[in-house]
Write a protein that binds this ligand. Sequence first.
Ligand code: 9D3
Length: 247
Amino acid sequence: MRFDVVSLFPDMFRILTGQGVVGRALERGSAELHLWNPRDYTQDPHRTVDDRPYGGGPGMVMKVEPLQAAIEDAKHAAPDSKVAYVTPQGRTLVQDTIAEIAAEPGWILIAGRYEGIDERLVERYVDAEWSIGDYVVSGGELPAMVIMDAVMRLLPGTLRHKDSARTDSYVDGLLDFPHYTRPEVIAGARVPQVLLSGNHRAIARWRLRQALGRTWLRRPDLLERRGLSGEEKALLDEFIQARRDAE
Ligand code: 9D3
């Protein structure tokens, strides 16, 4: 997997590359990250990277020539990669989309600043426009990092890969079950007895029941989308009944 990022703030990406799943993916060579700074392509003494919007109004737009030169260099370096613009106007990403992104050989990500980029550059270069959700952050860099993190943790060889096969087989598309660790009692609050029982089938059923129940309570949209098997329906009914009994 290859990522090329066009950004005015390449130093921000140290946060991504320095540690964790992404740092290791880059170290062992299952992913590459290249940065292209439009400021390096300026010709004027002030190294100008913004420009005024036609039609007037507040705010600036990324200056076309340096941005275009950076995109062109990225495309020549990564000829097999598609181009994505991260923007609040983009398609809101969900986990299925992350898996589709991971299936491509590489992506050139354009991280905007100011009010964004000239629409003619979108029309000429951009294959996909992505948002990370309906809230405002101050530039495209953090969204680009969120997307790369989500993609790279799916690449073969990540630690997560091993246990995900097990976990995802029964909780995929559901919220997680609650987790507990030592001590057995915190200010009188006990760990659920079943988790101490050593009965692995009972524990698996309890966790699935909790995952189904929490998803039903907090994210009914996810259950709608996923559907339930007969056994899952029965476990969810148990959760709902237990909750009524507790009232
Ligand atoms: C204050 C500027 N806004 C005027 C209505 C528009 C605006 C422009 C640029 C708002 C945010 C940004 C910077 N954000 C991104 O580039 C961005 C983003 C986001 O803010 N939320 C969710 N996903 C993304 S992807 C890129």
